[in-house]
Each structure stands twice: as structure tokens, then as C-alpha cells.
Design a protein around this ligand. Structure first.
Ligand code: SAM
Length: 349
């Protein structure tokens, strides 16, 4: 393998077909993951030190109008248990997380028409009044540019919307024809232009993914320059089209995380719940490599099992707000430091 500095430089300018060859070479060489993870860690610590930023993740609705082939919340999944938090529950969860010190609150959910702009704007304003020092991140799927603008004006700071795949043909294999790749990418550019801190991302090992499509992710992210990137292994969900597809590899996820840190050194990169659900030790490995964010679940306990986007999704223990002390201790054991601050992207400081 070329040395890690050469890889970092190559990532900045290589074409997609060259990156696809690099990915093939790296995945075939077992020495590449430890070397790249160590380089990613050095890069991360030069900018963020030992901090791991904690974000409270609130899953506000399991209703979704979309029918993504990989996701347990897809509208055609008649076995899914649907719930929708009311405004009071949302505010209570946010206040509790804020009282415990969390300064980023993430509202995530399926694309649920019940959360229209008026309702969301009122909610955002209330959260910002009650939890005045917090950043609000939304992850509520595709909306119009006007909607994103209204939510931003109400006080939303950040938006997570994974592109899922940067390859238009691959997108059609993961989604029904009513869903549009160009619309998804347009949303990301709209969010960027509106001044959000933007999070993009994709599943590693999703069905039909190849080194070529993965290379296209790198090229797309290099162009978009998002402030956050969420990646995790694809994990099958038993009521979806891809129930029988193999799970994405955690080793490849860790490798791609390291590459993303080298590609976008200032990015906020979570060690995602999917990574932890696939293999507990991979969360530690991610945080000792390129990742620097964790998102403990702050949803009401009774609803957590029903936000079942994939099988065996973890939402308890150190994935939960109830065990923040344990999580803080664990990070300390690993030589890291739980950071409760807003954790904005360095360009926003
Ligand atoms: N509806 C919003 C959206 O579309 O961005 C946010 C919720 S969506 C469930 C959050 C993310 O879960 C998706 O972007 C997708 O990458 C991930 N996801 C869905 N199904 C998954 C699966 N089977 N394995 C791993 N990740 C999955």
C-alpha cells in the first residue's frame, strides 16, 4: 500500500476509477486498516483533541411515506409498529437530555406528513427557548427548499440527510421508482446553500454496492464538503426486500471511516448505532480511528423497539441516555473524553 500521507493526498484529487482501484487494493491488504485508522486518529486529534461529541438522538416518528427497499420503516411494511411522539413528549425528552448536559439535540424520523412546517417551526422555537444553548439537528428526510428555509429561520442549525448512494443507477436498485436520486442530491445542495451544517452519508455494504459506487461516494463528498458524514454497515431487516442480503462488513466500514477522516479532516464523524449494533467492539475501534461523535438515544423507552430500521438495532446500555455515566467512563478508559458541548464544525466556531 502507498503510505498514508500519499493516500490522503490521492483522495483529494484522484478520479472515481482511480479511487475504485485504491479501495480494491486497500481492502485486499490487511495491513491497510490499522495504518489508515492510526493516520485518521492523528488527523482527528490534531483538530479535535480527545473529544468525543455527544448528541441526544430523539426518534420522533416511525411513520414514513417512503418505501426504501432496505428500511424497516418503509410504508409497505405492514408488520411495523408505528408511533408518533406528541409535542409535549418531544419537549420533555429534549428538556431531560438538556438537563443532563447534552447540547445537541437531534430530531430524526420517517417522512411523516404530520410533522408539517408550522408544527416543526413551533417545536424548534420551543426547544430553543427551553434549551437555549443547544444546537438543533434535524433528520426528517426530503422536504422543499422553502420548508428547509422555514425550519432554519425557526432555529434549526444542522440537517442530516444521507445521499444513500452517489451513483444514480445504484440508487434505482435501492429505491422504488417514485423516489428520485436527483431530488435527494438537490435537497443536500439546498441545505448547504441555506447555511445548515449538513450531514451526508451512506450504508457500507448496501446491496449492489461495488468499489466503483463506493469511490463515487468519495468523489461526491469531496465536492459537497459536508460538515458531518454518517456511515454504518447495511444491516438486513426481516420485513424488507433485502431481508436475505448479507450484512455490510464492519472492517470495511472502519476503513471507509478512516478514509473519510483523511478526505475531510474537519468533519464530524459518528461511530453510528449501526456499527455498534453490528459488532460492539467496532464502536471502540471507530472512536480510536477517525470517528469523533456518539449519538445516545433519548427517545421514550417504550417506543425504542419500534424504530426498527434494521434487525437487532441497539438502543439501550451505552446507546442510551440512561447510561451517560457509563459511557463517559468507557470513553475515559479508552483515553478519550466525553464532550457535552454543541460540537459545531470548526468553520462555525
Ligand atoms: N427519513 C430520514 C431520511 O431519509 O434521511 C431519516 C431516517 S432514516 C431511517 C435514517 C437512515 O437509516 C437512512 O439514511 C439509512 O441510511 C439508514 N438505514 C435505513 N435502513 C437501514 C438498514 N437496513 N441498515 C443500515 N442503515 C439503515
Amino acid at each position: 500500500m502507498m503510505n498514508t500521507q500519499a493516500v490522503a493526498a490521492y483522495l483529494q484529487s484522484a478520479a472515481a476509477h482511480e479511487l475504485a482501484d485504491l479501495l480494491k487494493e486497500l481492502t485486499n491488504d490487511e495491513k491497510s486498516l490499522p495504518e489508515l485508522a492510526a493516520a485518521a486518529r492523528r488527523q482527528k486529534e490534531a483538530i479535535f483533541g480527545k473529544s468525543v461529541y455527544l448528541r441526544g438522538l430523539l426518534e420522533i416518528s416511525s411513520y414514513c411515506r417512503n418505501d426504501c427497499y432496505y428500511c424497516g420503516l418503509r410504508c409497505s411494511n405492514k408488520n411495523a409498529v408505528r408511533y408518533r411522539l406528541d409535542d409535549k413528549e418531544i419537549l420533555n425528552c429534549c428538556r431531560s437530555a438538556y438537563a443532563l448536559g447534552l447540547r445537541t439535540l437531534v430530531l430524526q424520523g420517517g417522512e411523516d406528513a404530520a410533522f408539517n412546517d408550522d408544527r416543526l417551526c413551533r417545536l424548534i422555537e420551543r426547544i430553543k427557548t427551553d434549551c437555549d444553548l443547544c444546537a438543533i439537528t434535524l433528520s426528517l428526510g426530503e422536504r422543499s427548499r422553502d420548508s428547509y428555509a422555514a425550519l432554519k429561520a425557526a432555529g434549526a442549525d444542522r440537517y442530516l440527510l444521507r445521499e444513500e448512494t452517489a451513483d444514480a443507477r445504484h440508487y434505482t436498485l435501492l429505491h422504488p421508482m417514485q423516489m428520485s436520486h436527483s431530488k435527494r442530491l438537490r435537497c443536500l445542495w439546498d441545505l448547504k446553500e441555506l447555511g445548515y451544517q449538513v450531514g451526508a452519508g451512506f450504508m457500507v455494504g448496501s446491496p449492489f454496492q461495488t468499489p466503483q459506487t463506493l469511490a463515487q461516494e468519495l468523489v461526491f463528498l469531496r465536492e459537497l464538503q459536508p460538515q458531518m458524514i454518517g456511515i454504518g454497515p447495511f444491516i438486513p431487516q426481516h420485513d424488507t426486500v433485502f431481508a436475505a442480503c448479507p450484512q455490510g462488513k464492519t472492517s470495511l466500514t472502519l476503513l471507509v471511516l478512516a478514509l473519510l477522516r483523511l478526505l475531510l479532516p474537519q468533519a464530524l464523524l459518528p461511530a453510528t448505532t449501526a456499527l455498534n449494533s453490528a459488532d460492539e467492539d467496532s464502536r471502540r475501534q471507530a472512536l480510536l480511528g477517525g470517528a469523533n461523535v456518539l449519538m445516545p438515544n433519548i427517545s421514550p423507552l417504550r417506543h425504542r423497539p419500534h424504530y426498527a430500521i434494521y434487525d437487532n438495532k441497539k438502543s439501550l446500555g451505552c446507546e442510551s441516555i440512561d447510561k451517560l455515566d457509563e459511557l463517559t467512563r468507557l470513553l475515559q478508559e479508552w483515553g478519550l473524553c466525553a464532550d457535552f458541548s454543541r460540537g459545531d464544525h470548526p468553520d462555525w466556531l
